[in-house]
Design a protein around this ligand. Structure first.
Ligand code: IPM
Ligand code: MG
Length: 477
């Protein structure tokens, strides 16, 4: 039996449809090569949806997302819809509600500067030589974006605008745990960014980070004020590994990091929730950049961020690590071959269109032998990381230390959508070997789901066992 993953495809506006077309071609090729099925359901979102239905996030689109295992999103917005009342504009009326509705509190934005692309970085060559990778973890459903009160009114004859920055301790705790969990699978260095010399919110943020650091003694935690962080990223990007910060700072810093890598057109992102979709981790996957209306329709946009977002979806929502690595490897090979879209072009490289870039990456998926070799190397690396992490003292999380996360309301049919629901197949080699990072994250999300369902249980890093136990207990209920 082969796997079927149900995916809501929301191409949106601007360059969205062009880059999405390449990502879908590639996803279909991956499905063919690695023998899983994708059930792709396109829906309108953003300006395109406003034009067709009057709403940026029509009910049908939300229903499609709710019935899916993941959302593959592109971008929304553009000058055409800027004159609408703010609350009806694509960003506020589609993207933000999607994040909030699905409790997608964790936004992972890996800023990867490939060595071959260091020439595209605006930084001095000596600062980026050899490339770098910084993972920006941005809290996505709190802070100034969503705090109440919010609005504009006239007071004493003058217009005032109000945005409120609010963080609950539990919101900081869950993103902090996630950041530590990820940091301990990498270089074990976590930088928390705040503005603790001014903001009350940041005092809470910093205090919580410090408190939770005690649970992860293997990870070195440092704090940077946001203005200083903006400077240090430029001064010495290679000294950073994982950065965690609140919503607005993360929005700004992730664009800065993206630019340091050469182009925002290269960077994918994953917005993860708390596993409300049955036993599978639901996520929204989108390029970090926007709809780029200035270059839309010209066939020159870089499809790599969208393609790498597919890789993140396969890794985080479907645990198809090998396929995700296959895509990343194909992207690297294409870049190594010298193909460049306009945003990353430099003298001596070959300028290609969106479609040419997509086709080339697609073609490189077929070089299975190389992919296998890289896959094997990766497995060895993961095994080594597992051993070294075991040696360093990691402390199991006391159940009470992770707050129960809100659970999105889901249709009761969600877990029984027949062929639309992914099931782990007997004998499938693709789903068997999650990376160590995934194992950690999975255990974390299962722990959260237990608590949100009111089922007690110890934190464990054995997610397979945890999942079986949870399943049995739910069946017995
Ligand atoms: C991002 C974008 C969004 C944000 C906009 C489009 C609302 O800039 O994903 O970084 O501010 O979060
Ligand atoms: Mg942004």
């Amino acid at each position: 039996m082969s796997l079927t993953y149900k995916i809501a495809v929301l191409a949106g506006d601007g360059i969205g449809p062009e880059v999405m077309a390449e990502a879908i071609d590639l996803l279909q090729k991956c499905a063919e090569l690695d023998r899983f099925q994708v059930d792709l359901n396109e829906s309108l979102v953003g300006g395109a949806a406003i034009d067709a239905t009057g709403k940026a996030l029509p009910k049908e689109t939300l229903a499609n997302c709710e019935a899916s295992d993941a959302i593959l999103f592109s971008s929304v917005g553009g000058p055409k819809w800027e004159r609408l009342p703010p609350g009806e504009q694509p960003e506020r009326a589609a993207l933000l509600p999607l994040r909030k509705h699905f409790h997608l509190f964790a936004n992972l934005r890996p800023a990867l500067c490939l060595p071959e692309l260091s020439a595209a970085s605006p930084l001095r060559p000596d600062l980026v030589q050899g490339g770098f990778e910084i993972l920006c973890i941005r809290e996505l459903t709190g802070g100034l974006y969503f705090g109440q009160p919010k609005g504009t009114r006239v007071e004493h004859g003058e217009t005032i605008a109000i945005d409120t920055m609010v963080y609950r301790k539990s919101e900081v705790e869950r993103i902090a745990h996630l950041a530590f969990q990820i940091a301990r699978t990498r270089k074990r260095k976590l930088v928390s960014v705040d503005k603790a010399n001014v903001l009350e919110n940041s005092l809470l943020w910093r205090a919580v980070l410090k408190e939770i650091a005690a649970v992860y003694p293997a990870v070195e935690l440092t704090h940077l004020l946001v203005d200083n962080a903006a400077m240090q990223f430029i001064r010495a990007p290679k000294t950073f590994d994982v950065v965690v910060t609140e919503n607005l700072f993360g929005d700004i810093l992730s664009d800065e990091l993206a630019m340091l890598t050469g182009s925002i057109g290269m960077l994918p992102s994953a917005s993860l929730g708390t596993g409300q979709h049955g036993f599978y981790r639901f996520g929204l996957y989108e390029p970090s950049g926007g709809s780029a209306p200035d270059i839309a329709g010209q066939g020159i946009a870089n499809p790599i961020a969208q393609i790498l977002s597919v890789a993140m979806m396969l890794r985080y929502s479907f645990e198809l690590e090998e396929t995700a690595a296959r895509i990343e490897s194909a992207v690297r090979k294409t870049i190594a071959k010298g193909l460049r879209t306009k945003d990353i072009w430099s003298v001596g490289t070959k300028l290609v269109s969106t479609k040419e870039m997509g086709d080339e990456i697609n073609g490189k998926l077929l070089t299975r032998n190389n992919c296998k070799m890289e896959g094997e190397e990766k497995s060895k690396k993961v095994a080594k990381e597992k051993r070294s992490v075991k040696k360093s003292k990691t402390v199991a999380l006391p159940a009470k230390e992770i707050p129960a996360a809100p659970v999105a309301e889901k249709p009761a049919t969600r877990k029984t959508t027949g062929s639309g629901t992914a099931k782990r197949p007997a004998g499938s080699s693709k789903a068997k070997e999650p990376s160590y990072e995934q194992v950690q994250l999975r255990a974390y999300f299962i722990g959260e789901r237990r608590k949100s369902l009111g089922i007690p249980g110890d934190e464990t890093s054995d997610w397979v066992q945890a999942e079986l136990e949870l399943k049995a207990e739910l069946a017995a209920k």
